[in-house]
Design a protein around this ligand. Sequence first.
Ligand code: ZN
Length: 257
Amino acid sequence: MTKQLSGKRIADVNITQPKCLNLPAKRFRRVIGKRVNETTARGKWLFTNLHPDILLLNLGMGGDLIYHKNEATIPQKYQLRISFKDESALTASFFWFGYIHLVSEKELPKHKMTYDLGISALDKELTPEMFASLLSGRRGAIKSFLLDQSNISGIGNVYVQDPLFKAKIHPLRLIPTLTPREIQDLHTSIREVLNRSLKLGGLRYERNLYGRNGNYGPENFLVAYKTGKPCPACKTRIAKIKTGSTASYICPSCQKL
Ligand SMILES: [Zn+2]
């Protein structure tokens, strides 16, 4: 988004579902005429700088954010369309629980839904040392720590499974029982799994800015969603277990509690 949209000037906005907004649609129109600057991400939230405002987008349980040049490629149903002066446009469409918020740069640190998001799992500043320090003094199970977006943002239930398997850690292991070596391995595995998916354009059912589907599919998963299949390391059958409110996929031999 930073590469494709930076420098464009907003010509118009169309909002079909004002419920997704954090302010009246009329006030949202103040973005018209603004220039688009960089976009950053933390967890499910995208932050696009429209100095002096920040546009915050969250596609909720799934949706599309598509950049397009002509009407033929515009998604039929959408919540937000931003048209640019060069006649290209950005259209957001989602099913449910999506948000389109606008706050000033000054208000951003107080924005209730994003202010306590943890560092992004792919942030360069999340070094092995920082990862270890985030875990130090914590007492719960490792999986719930990783899923809690206020600790680290960007790891959901799909992407938490394989890093735990690669590091040979059971999802219910309590954080104080993890060795420095295991913590280091987990940090490495998280990066490997997320970067691999990024490289392949994300999950197959997800679409990128240009509407193209990703290539990260079941054949890339190690244990995730592979109940009954052989473990890629030891051939033991992969088990699906309940871990709190989420399901986990583990190799019972490689990931002992
Ligand atoms: Zn195994």
